[in-house]
Design a protein around this ligand. Structure first.
Ligand SMILES: [Zn+2]
Length: 288
Protein backbone atom coordinates (compact mmCIF):
# COMPACT_ATOMS: atom_id res chain seq x y z
CA UNK A 1 0.00 0.00 0.00
CA UNK A 2 1.35 3.41 -0.96
CA UNK A 3 -0.10 6.57 0.53
CA UNK A 4 0.05 9.20 -2.12
CA UNK A 5 -2.04 12.19 -1.08
CA UNK A 6 -3.99 13.78 1.77
CA UNK A 7 -7.73 13.30 2.18
CA UNK A 8 -9.91 16.24 1.24
CA UNK A 9 -13.28 17.77 1.97
CA UNK A 10 -15.32 20.62 0.51
CA UNK A 11 -14.43 24.23 1.38
CA UNK A 12 -18.09 24.96 2.12
CA UNK A 13 -21.63 23.73 1.50
CA UNK A 14 -22.96 23.03 -1.96
CA UNK A 15 -26.55 22.36 -3.07
CA UNK A 16 -28.20 20.98 -6.16
CA UNK A 17 -31.87 20.25 -6.93
CA UNK A 18 -33.45 18.02 -9.56
CA UNK A 19 -35.93 15.21 -10.16
CA UNK A 20 -35.14 11.51 -10.10
CA UNK A 21 -35.50 9.58 -13.37
CA UNK A 22 -37.44 6.70 -11.88
CA UNK A 23 -39.64 8.29 -9.24
CA UNK A 24 -39.89 11.83 -10.60
CA UNK A 25 -39.47 13.05 -7.00
CA UNK A 26 -37.76 16.41 -6.46
CA UNK A 27 -34.57 15.97 -4.46
CA UNK A 28 -32.42 18.77 -3.05
CA UNK A 29 -28.94 17.55 -2.21
CA UNK A 30 -26.89 19.50 0.32
CA UNK A 31 -23.21 18.57 0.48
CA UNK A 32 -21.46 19.57 3.71
CA UNK A 33 -17.76 19.42 4.62
CA UNK A 34 -16.83 16.51 6.89
CA UNK A 35 -13.73 15.45 8.87
CA UNK A 36 -11.15 12.92 7.66
CA UNK A 37 -12.35 9.34 7.91
CA UNK A 38 -16.03 10.22 7.34
CA UNK A 39 -16.07 9.05 3.72
CA UNK A 40 -19.17 9.87 1.68
CA UNK A 41 -22.24 9.60 3.92
CA UNK A 42 -25.84 9.95 2.75
CA UNK A 43 -28.63 11.14 5.06
CA UNK A 44 -32.33 11.42 4.45
CA UNK A 45 -33.22 14.88 5.73
CA UNK A 46 -35.20 14.80 8.97
CA UNK A 47 -34.56 11.05 9.39
CA UNK A 48 -32.34 12.07 12.31
CA UNK A 49 -30.08 9.03 12.15
CA UNK A 50 -26.42 8.37 11.53
CA UNK A 51 -26.83 8.07 7.75
CA UNK A 52 -25.26 5.44 5.49
CA UNK A 53 -21.69 5.40 4.27
CA UNK A 54 -21.29 4.83 0.54
CA UNK A 55 -19.11 1.72 0.76
CA UNK A 56 -19.43 -1.76 -0.77
CA UNK A 57 -20.94 -3.29 2.36
CA UNK A 58 -23.97 -0.99 2.01
CA UNK A 59 -24.29 -0.75 -1.75
CA UNK A 60 -25.98 -2.88 -4.35
CA UNK A 61 -25.33 -2.89 -8.10
CA UNK A 62 -28.70 -3.39 -9.78
CA UNK A 63 -30.02 -3.42 -13.30
CA UNK A 64 -29.65 0.17 -14.64
CA UNK A 65 -28.57 1.72 -11.33
CA UNK A 66 -26.63 1.44 -8.07
CA UNK A 67 -28.40 1.78 -4.73
CA UNK A 68 -27.38 2.25 -1.13
CA UNK A 69 -29.55 0.46 1.39
CA UNK A 70 -29.86 0.71 5.16
CA UNK A 71 -32.40 -0.36 7.74
CA UNK A 72 -33.95 3.10 7.96
CA UNK A 73 -33.44 4.62 4.54
CA UNK A 74 -32.42 3.86 1.03
CA UNK A 75 -30.71 5.92 -1.67
CA UNK A 76 -31.21 5.18 -5.33
CA UNK A 77 -29.02 5.85 -8.33
CA UNK A 78 -26.00 7.10 -6.45
CA UNK A 79 -23.45 6.31 -9.19
CA UNK A 80 -23.35 9.72 -10.90
CA UNK A 81 -22.94 11.51 -7.53
CA UNK A 82 -20.21 9.06 -6.51
CA UNK A 83 -18.49 9.49 -9.89
CA UNK A 84 -18.35 13.29 -9.45
CA UNK A 85 -17.00 13.08 -5.89
CA UNK A 86 -14.42 10.44 -6.74
CA UNK A 87 -13.49 12.04 -10.08
CA UNK A 88 -12.77 15.33 -8.27
CA UNK A 89 -11.09 13.51 -5.34
CA UNK A 90 -13.48 14.86 -2.70
CA UNK A 91 -13.20 12.14 -0.05
CA UNK A 92 -15.21 13.30 2.97
CA UNK A 93 -18.66 14.76 2.67
CA UNK A 94 -22.10 14.51 4.21
CA UNK A 95 -24.88 14.42 1.62
CA UNK A 96 -28.30 15.42 2.94
CA UNK A 97 -31.16 14.42 0.63
CA UNK A 98 -34.83 15.42 0.62
CA UNK A 99 -35.80 12.28 -1.38
CA UNK A 100 -34.35 8.80 -1.88
CA UNK A 101 -33.52 8.98 -5.56
CA UNK A 102 -30.63 11.16 -6.70
CA UNK A 103 -31.53 14.00 -9.11
CA UNK A 104 -31.08 12.90 -12.74
CA UNK A 105 -30.14 16.40 -13.96
CA UNK A 106 -29.06 16.00 -17.62
CA UNK A 107 -28.17 12.32 -17.18
CA UNK A 108 -24.49 13.10 -16.54
CA UNK A 109 -22.31 14.21 -13.62
CA UNK A 110 -21.61 17.59 -15.22
CA UNK A 111 -24.03 19.84 -13.26
CA UNK A 112 -22.73 18.39 -10.00
CA UNK A 113 -19.11 18.64 -11.13
CA UNK A 114 -19.60 22.35 -11.91
CA UNK A 115 -21.30 22.93 -8.53
CA UNK A 116 -18.56 21.09 -6.57
CA UNK A 117 -15.75 22.83 -8.47
CA UNK A 118 -17.29 26.24 -7.74
CA UNK A 119 -17.10 25.52 -4.00
CA UNK A 120 -13.63 23.93 -4.11
CA UNK A 121 -11.95 21.54 -1.69
CA UNK A 122 -9.38 21.65 1.10
CA UNK A 123 -6.79 19.07 2.18
CA UNK A 124 -7.12 17.41 5.59
CA UNK A 125 -4.31 16.11 7.79
CA UNK A 126 -4.87 12.41 7.13
CA UNK A 127 -3.45 10.45 4.21
CA UNK A 128 -5.88 8.97 1.69
CA UNK A 129 -5.92 5.16 1.60
CA UNK A 130 -4.65 3.85 -1.72
CA UNK A 131 -4.48 0.41 -3.28
CA UNK A 132 -1.66 -0.07 -5.75
CA UNK A 133 -2.81 -3.06 -7.76
CA UNK A 134 0.00 -5.62 -8.04
CA UNK A 135 -2.00 -8.57 -9.39
CA UNK A 136 -4.77 -8.46 -11.96
CA UNK A 137 -8.32 -9.04 -10.74
CA UNK A 138 -11.07 -9.97 -13.19
CA UNK A 139 -14.75 -10.68 -12.65
CA UNK A 140 -17.50 -11.71 -15.07
CA UNK A 141 -17.86 -14.07 -18.03
CA UNK A 142 -16.13 -14.35 -21.42
CA UNK A 143 -18.67 -11.93 -22.90
CA UNK A 144 -19.09 -9.42 -20.07
CA UNK A 145 -16.30 -8.67 -17.65
CA UNK A 146 -14.38 -6.00 -15.79
CA UNK A 147 -10.76 -6.24 -14.73
CA UNK A 148 -8.03 -4.17 -13.13
CA UNK A 149 -4.37 -4.60 -14.04
CA UNK A 150 -1.18 -3.19 -12.54
CA UNK A 151 -0.24 0.27 -13.92
CA UNK A 152 1.63 3.33 -12.71
CA UNK A 153 -1.54 5.46 -12.66
CA UNK A 154 -5.35 5.21 -12.52
CA UNK A 155 -6.83 4.61 -15.95
CA UNK A 156 -10.21 3.47 -17.25
CA UNK A 157 -11.15 1.82 -20.53
CA UNK A 158 -14.71 0.95 -21.50
CA UNK A 159 -15.47 -1.32 -24.45
CA UNK A 160 -19.10 -0.92 -25.48
CA UNK A 161 -20.67 -3.41 -27.88
CA UNK A 162 -24.39 -4.15 -28.04
CA UNK A 163 -23.98 -6.14 -31.29
CA UNK A 164 -24.20 -5.19 -34.99
CA UNK A 165 -27.98 -4.63 -34.95
CA UNK A 166 -28.05 -2.20 -32.04
CA UNK A 167 -28.91 1.48 -32.55
CA UNK A 168 -25.99 2.20 -30.22
CA UNK A 169 -22.76 1.71 -32.16
CA UNK A 170 -19.76 -0.21 -30.90
CA UNK A 171 -17.07 2.08 -29.41
CA UNK A 172 -14.26 2.17 -26.87
CA UNK A 173 -13.26 5.02 -24.59
CA UNK A 174 -9.98 5.20 -22.71
CA UNK A 175 -8.64 7.87 -20.39
CA UNK A 176 -6.34 8.50 -17.49
CA UNK A 177 -8.41 9.30 -14.42
CA UNK A 178 -7.36 12.69 -13.09
CA UNK A 179 -9.48 15.55 -11.79
CA UNK A 180 -8.96 17.47 -15.00
CA UNK A 181 -9.71 14.53 -17.30
CA UNK A 182 -12.80 13.72 -15.29
CA UNK A 183 -14.11 17.30 -15.45
CA UNK A 184 -13.42 17.84 -19.16
CA UNK A 185 -13.63 14.41 -20.81
CA UNK A 186 -15.92 12.24 -18.70
CA UNK A 187 -18.33 14.16 -16.45
CA UNK A 188 -20.56 15.52 -19.25
CA UNK A 189 -21.26 12.14 -20.89
CA UNK A 190 -24.97 11.36 -20.46
CA UNK A 191 -26.84 8.19 -19.71
CA UNK A 192 -28.67 6.48 -22.57
CA UNK A 193 -31.33 3.94 -23.48
CA UNK A 194 -32.82 2.61 -26.70
CA UNK A 195 -36.31 3.76 -27.71
CA UNK A 196 -37.65 0.26 -26.94
CA UNK A 197 -36.15 0.40 -23.40
CA UNK A 198 -37.57 3.90 -22.83
CA UNK A 199 -41.04 2.79 -23.95
CA UNK A 200 -40.90 -0.32 -21.76
CA UNK A 201 -40.00 1.76 -18.68
CA UNK A 202 -42.83 4.18 -19.34
CA UNK A 203 -45.41 1.40 -19.78
CA UNK A 204 -44.34 0.20 -16.32
CA UNK A 205 -45.24 3.64 -14.98
CA UNK A 206 -41.62 4.74 -14.53
CA UNK A 207 -39.91 7.89 -15.73
CA UNK A 208 -43.20 9.38 -16.98
CA UNK A 209 -41.91 12.97 -16.81
CA UNK A 210 -38.68 12.20 -18.69
CA UNK A 211 -38.39 13.52 -22.27
CA UNK A 212 -35.94 12.85 -25.13
CA UNK A 213 -34.05 15.95 -24.00
CA UNK A 214 -33.38 14.60 -20.50
CA UNK A 215 -31.08 11.77 -21.58
CA UNK A 216 -30.01 10.07 -24.81
CA UNK A 217 -32.74 7.90 -26.32
CA UNK A 218 -31.50 6.03 -29.39
CA UNK A 219 -33.45 5.07 -32.49
CA UNK A 220 -31.69 3.41 -35.46
CA UNK A 221 -30.91 6.94 -36.76
CA UNK A 222 -29.10 7.98 -33.58
CA UNK A 223 -30.28 10.03 -30.59
CA UNK A 224 -33.88 11.27 -30.87
CA UNK A 225 -34.35 15.04 -30.54
CA UNK A 226 -30.84 15.40 -29.16
CA UNK A 227 -27.19 15.68 -30.21
CA UNK A 228 -24.18 13.77 -28.99
CA UNK A 229 -21.67 15.75 -26.91
CA UNK A 230 -18.90 13.33 -27.94
CA UNK A 231 -18.93 10.75 -30.79
CA UNK A 232 -18.26 8.03 -28.19
CA UNK A 233 -20.55 9.56 -25.52
CA UNK A 234 -22.11 6.20 -24.58
CA UNK A 235 -18.75 4.53 -23.88
CA UNK A 236 -17.70 7.63 -21.92
CA UNK A 237 -20.85 7.42 -19.83
CA UNK A 238 -20.22 3.75 -19.12
CA UNK A 239 -16.68 4.72 -18.00
CA UNK A 240 -18.28 7.36 -15.72
CA UNK A 241 -20.54 4.64 -14.25
CA UNK A 242 -17.49 2.41 -13.66
CA UNK A 243 -15.74 5.22 -11.75
CA UNK A 244 -18.86 5.88 -9.65
CA UNK A 245 -19.37 2.19 -8.93
CA UNK A 246 -15.71 1.60 -7.99
CA UNK A 247 -15.78 4.65 -5.68
CA UNK A 248 -17.63 2.55 -3.07
CA UNK A 249 -14.37 0.64 -2.55
CA UNK A 250 -13.56 3.76 -0.47
CA UNK A 251 -9.92 3.97 -1.63
CA UNK A 252 -7.83 5.52 -4.37
CA UNK A 253 -6.73 3.06 -7.02
CA UNK A 254 -3.48 2.78 -8.92
CA UNK A 255 -4.21 0.42 -11.79
CA UNK A 256 -5.81 0.18 -15.22
CA UNK A 257 -9.49 -0.76 -15.27
CA UNK A 258 -10.71 -2.45 -18.43
CA UNK A 259 -14.46 -2.98 -18.68
CA UNK A 260 -15.85 -5.12 -21.47
CA UNK A 261 -19.63 -4.56 -21.65
CA UNK A 262 -19.89 -4.55 -17.85
CA UNK A 263 -22.82 -3.07 -15.93
CA UNK A 264 -23.49 -2.00 -12.34
CA UNK A 265 -23.59 -5.56 -10.93
CA UNK A 266 -20.15 -6.55 -12.25
CA UNK A 267 -18.71 -3.14 -11.35
CA UNK A 268 -19.99 -3.66 -7.79
CA UNK A 269 -18.36 -7.09 -7.66
CA UNK A 270 -14.99 -5.62 -8.66
CA UNK A 271 -15.42 -2.84 -6.05
CA UNK A 272 -15.93 -5.52 -3.37
CA UNK A 273 -12.86 -7.45 -4.52
CA UNK A 274 -10.78 -4.25 -4.45
CA UNK A 275 -11.91 -3.40 -0.93
CA UNK A 276 -11.15 -6.96 0.25
CA UNK A 277 -7.72 -6.79 -1.39
CA UNK A 278 -7.02 -3.45 0.28
CA UNK A 279 -8.05 -4.73 3.72
CA UNK A 280 -5.95 -7.91 3.29
CA UNK A 281 -2.93 -5.79 2.24
CA UNK A 282 -3.26 -3.51 5.27
CA UNK A 283 -3.57 -6.57 7.59
CA UNK A 284 -0.49 -8.18 6.07
CA UNK A 285 1.50 -4.98 6.47
CA UNK A 286 0.48 -4.42 10.09
CA UNK A 287 1.31 -8.08 10.93
CA UNK A 288 4.79 -7.75 9.35
ZN1 LIG B 1 -24.95 6.10 -15.49
Amino acid sequence: MTQLRYQTTLKGPCTLTGRGYWSGAVNTLTFLPAPAGTGVRFYLQDANDEGIEAVCENSQGMSLRTCLGGSKCRFEMIEHVMAALSGLQIDNVQVFCTASEMPAMDGSSFPLTVALLSVGKVPLRTKRETLVVTQSIRVGTDEQWIAIEPASHYEVEYRLDYGPDSAIKKCTFNSLVTEQKFATEISAARTFVTRAEAELLQTRGLAKHVTYRDLLVFSSDGPIDNQLRFPDECARHKALDVLGDLAVAGIDLVGKVIANRSGHQLNAELARRLRETYIATVRKQSAA
